[in-house]
Design a protein around this ligand. Structure first.
Ligand code: GLN
Length: 282
């Protein structure tokens, strides 16, 4: 059956139950299949679509209807000022995590010496790459426990021409080289295993290892706060993203571990989301 761009986009209505952006999603999927931009679709409404493309498009629409996130269907996600390759072995980078990058840059403002940074649980490499691109004199160490995730992060760094990241396979601080760091950042798993959000939206499609942590979601955060306290230079910073109900406990824990200038921040949606703290001890 022959179809046109306009006719194909008509299927958007069928996505309304899974997506608030049904038309945008439909355009992104069709543009992806055709290897064109959304602007092209607008300017070429009447253009015929081959049955092969229509077939691929319909399959993607079916997957979207089952809740699979657009980023996995098209294999990429915008983050900061670049595009990342993503697949189901990495978490889809969120806008909240861009705020974490902003705060890291704030803390490193103006430094163009050989700053040493660690990104723990790098996933797609989003944070590590954003920081590494900010200054070629900074050396970033990106850690992940998943070999498949590291492959994605390596691919992203290479395709963006970022050379100042070293990748390490392993668990949080244990995977880092011994020399101390100026800044450690992490967006670790922090959701409790029985949290009902895990069944909602696109979360069931994302890697559980990047989302869920033991001890009510605190185990990775705790390990990082403790590990970082041994690995930060004097006056160096730790910044972590966390879940909506975890901030108070994290602020206490940071104080008890000897951190100072401890701060809790909200994200753009006014949800507690980031803690940061300085280590005065050497
Ligand atoms: N912020 C993500 C979410 O709630 C979870 C990310 C994480 O666990 N690090 O969807």
């Amino acid at each position: 059956m022959s179809s046109s761009v306009q006719k194909a986009l008509g299927i958007a209505d069928s996505l309304k139950s899974v997506s608030e952006n049904a038309l945008l999603d439909t355009e992104l999927l069709l543009a992806h299949v055709l290897g064109k931009t959304r602007e092209y679709l607008r300017a070429n409404n009447e253009k015929a679509i081959s049955s092969d493309c229509l077939d691929q498009f319909t399959k993607l629409i079916e997957r979207r209807k089952r809740g699979e996130p657009i980023a996995y269907l098209i294999g990429r996600k915008e983050f900061w000022d670049f595009d990342l390759r993503v697949n189901s072995s990495v978490l889809i980078p969120r806008p909240e995590t861009e705020e974490l990058v902003e705060k890291c840059l704030d803390k490193l403002d103006g430094r163009n010496d050989s700053v040493r940074i660690a990104d723990l649980g790098t996933g797609s490499g989003a944070i590590a790459i954003a920081l590494a691109r900010a200054s070629s004199s900074w050396q970033v160490h990106a850690v992940d426990i998943s070999e498949d995730a590291l492959a994605v992060a390596r691919y992203n760094a290479a395709s963006l021409g970022v050379g100042n990241i070293e990748f390490h396979l392993g668990s949080w601080c244990d995977a880092l080289p011994e020399e101390k760091f100026d800044l450690i950042v992490a967006n670790p798993p922090y959701i409790e295993a029985r949290d009902e959000h895990l069944q909602q939206g696109g979360l069931p499609f994302e890697p559980i290892v990047a989302l869920v942590a033991e001890d009510s979601g605190f185990s990775a955060l705790d390990e990082i706060m403790m590990g970082a306290s041994q690995l930060l230079k004097k006056d160096a910073w730790l910044l972590m993203e966390h879940g909506y109900s975890q901030q108070k406990k994290l602020l206490h824990k940071l104080a008890s571990l000897g951190y100072s200038e401890i701060e809790g921040c909200k994200d753009y949606a006014s949800v507690d989301r980031i803690v940061l703290a300085k280590l005065n001890l050497s």
